[in-house]
Design a protein around this ligand. Structure first.
Ligand SMILES: O=C(O)CCC(=O)C(=O)O
Ligand SMILES: [Fe+2]
Length: 301
């Protein structure tokens, strides 16, 4: 018998490959670090392990929030940036929905992605140095900020960016108060331990449509109902300056914002330097750098 050495790496998280959805077991740890050397306390880490998320209150000071809000307005109002692919507008209102790669566009956000308050926590969860896979601001303006349908970020990063394992973590820094009524993030706690394999083939340049409203790579209603019945749904409210830290495979989403109160959050995705992206697992070509970084230089060093 001969050993074949050039077999493609097996895909533990197949998605967008068949016509039937399925629920698969997670095959990766949730927390990777063996030492308990902070900044998270052991009970925060075990909460994260169980629910797939944890919240840190007032991690960012009111003065910093003001600085980030000023920067957010500046980016949103910059007419030159409007032409940039990294700026996504709401289809209904033409208002800015998201700005991607904010850590490359803005010095203020570059400092934030290198901030030890975030990086040390990401390192503790992932057990290695980390780099930024993606950063974005989601503005969710009052009177019309659009929804984000249920999804697992990892499903997209795996299928379209070639992220091999569930070894990434997102930090959502609230720059406004997040209420139950202005489109706060919702997470099915515990859902990060199940991978929902989705149906449908990824079209070429799928990101151009999916950033406004996603259809391919969204879980089917039966799987979502099973997860919601098993886990329930948490609404992650909080004040400006609070930070929500959540696993790459949490089932999450958020409703639209018809209140007058904007809900603006900065999202930073840290990936382990041992989990750098390969070829996309279910797409023809990798997405552009601003959505899935190939620059894997560790941050905060
Ligand atoms: O801003 C939100 O409420 C959710 C955004 C989100 O899940 C995403 O951009 O992947
Ligand atoms: Fe997401």
């Amino acid at each position: 018998m001969t050993l074949q050495m050039d077999l493609p790496t097996a895909d533990d998280y197949p998605t967008r490959k068949t016509t039937e959805p399925s629920l698969l077991y997670r095959r990766d740890p949730v927390t990777w670090s063996r030492e308990n050397d902070g900044p998270f306390e052991p009970d925060e880490l075990s909460g994260y392990e169980q629910r797939g998320y944890t919240q840190v209150r007032s991690l960012v000071t009111p003065e910093e929030v003001e600085t980030y809000m000023t920067e957010l307005r500046r980016l949103g109002d910059d007419p030159k940036l409007r032409e940039d692919e990294r700026v996504v507008v709401e289809p209904a209102s033409d208002e800015v929905r998201s700005v991607f790669e904010v850590h490359k566009i803005s010095e203020v956000f570059s400092d934030l992605v290198n901030d030890p308050r975030l990086v040390d926590r990401a390192r503790q969860i992932l057990g290695t140095d980390v780099y930024v896979h993606q950063s974005r601001v989601n503005y969710k303006p009052g009177f019309g900020g659009g929804s984000f349908y249920w999804h697992s970020d990892f499903e997209t990063w795996h299928a379209e960016d070639g992220m091999p394992r569930m070894r990434a973590v997102s930090f959502s820094v609230a720059l406004t108060d997040n209420y139950t009524h202005n489109g706060a993030l919702m997470i099915m706690p515990g859902s990060h331990k199940t991978f929902v394999s989705c149906v449908g083939e990824t079209p070429d340049d799928h990101y151009k449509a999916s950033l406004k409203s996603q259809h391919v790579g969204t879980p089917d209603q039966r799987s979502l109902s099973m997860l919601a019945e098993r886990h329930g749904i948490d609404v992650l409210t909080g004040s400006a300056g609070d930070v929500t830290v959540f696993d790459s495979n949490c089932m999450h989403g958020s409703g639209g914002n018809i209140t007058p109160f904007p809900r603006s959050n900065v999202f930073i995705v840290f990936n382990s330097v041992e989990n750098t992206c390969t070829k996309p697992f279910s797409a023809g070509a990798a997405r552009p750098e601003f959505l899935g970084a190939t620059d894997t230089t560790p941050v905060g060093r």
